[in-house]
Design a protein around this ligand. Sequence first.
Ligand code: BMA
Length: 339
Amino acid sequence: MNVSTAKCIVRHPSNPILTNAMVPYESVLTYNVGVIKFQGKYVMTFRNDYGATEKDFDDLNAGRRKDWPSLRSNIGLAFSDDGIRWKVQPKPCFDLHDDEIFKAYDPRLTVIDGRVYMCFATDTRHGLRAGIAVTDDFTKFEVLHLTVPDNRNMVMFPERIGGKYVRLERPFPVYSRGGKDRFDIWLSDSPDCRYWGNSSLVLGVEDVPYSNDKIGPAAPPVKTKKGWLTAIHAVDRDDATRGKNGWEAKWTKRYTAGIMLLDLDDPSKVIGMSKETLIAPEVSYEISGGLRNNVIFPGGMILEPDGMVKLYYGASDTVTCLATAHVDELLALCNAPRK
Ligand code: BMA
């Protein structure tokens, strides 16, 4: 499968914009972020993996150790004045673990009615559950909701639609989809952000020409005149020719980013979608030197007043990067109908 990055995408020259060297507490991987503009600043929450070093993985690869280093995760917080240069705060802002929940990770941020909602994934004893927490100050978080397993990659729309909170999500159906990854994007709504229902299918993996495995929501949607513009991630897998690529023993998947447009009034309706990838792994920090090379995992998208879009993504499950494009070019890629 040939994939490439759309011509309108510009990778920022300062990439990677977040690395573990910028984190003042234990950290080995800093990736998969949520980003918002809030109270005059850019705010980022990021997945911070710790509990092992690059040397542990080198030792594993060289046969000097046998066991996979046990990585733990918490969620870090960073602020920025320009969305490019980030200052990581002295402590992680969110850490969920108890007898049932092992960890929370992959945070995505959305501001709704002046409050900050953070969607996240959790690994638990009884499966993977997606959660939603709300905060006003990034210090105190109230967990409003956790799905039943298995669900992940949840993102919220930045305003209520038809009076309801709305989210995109990615459940993991197994039995009815052949017992392997054939995972799709769904939408649900809620009157209060705690009880969710009215679920409907938005996009099936078979509708995405550059995926042969699974898809998922990536960054929370941004509102444009033509519709809700939102990034997705898509996986293509090649077990026959891909082997070790990164610190892991075997990594045969590739994660790319795509872009689609949803109807403003009925966001379960896809009204435009690029048939080609938006960002494919191509440059050094995306294709080499990481935990799992060839992973582009967007989690934050900001539409600036001048029409430029900032897209933040995890690269190689190791660092965080920024790419930009003009909103009109992204809409053109979606072949948006004229309104
Ligand atoms: C997904 C999640 C992400 C990760 C991606 C690529 O299933 O675990 O956190 O970035 O795989 O490894």
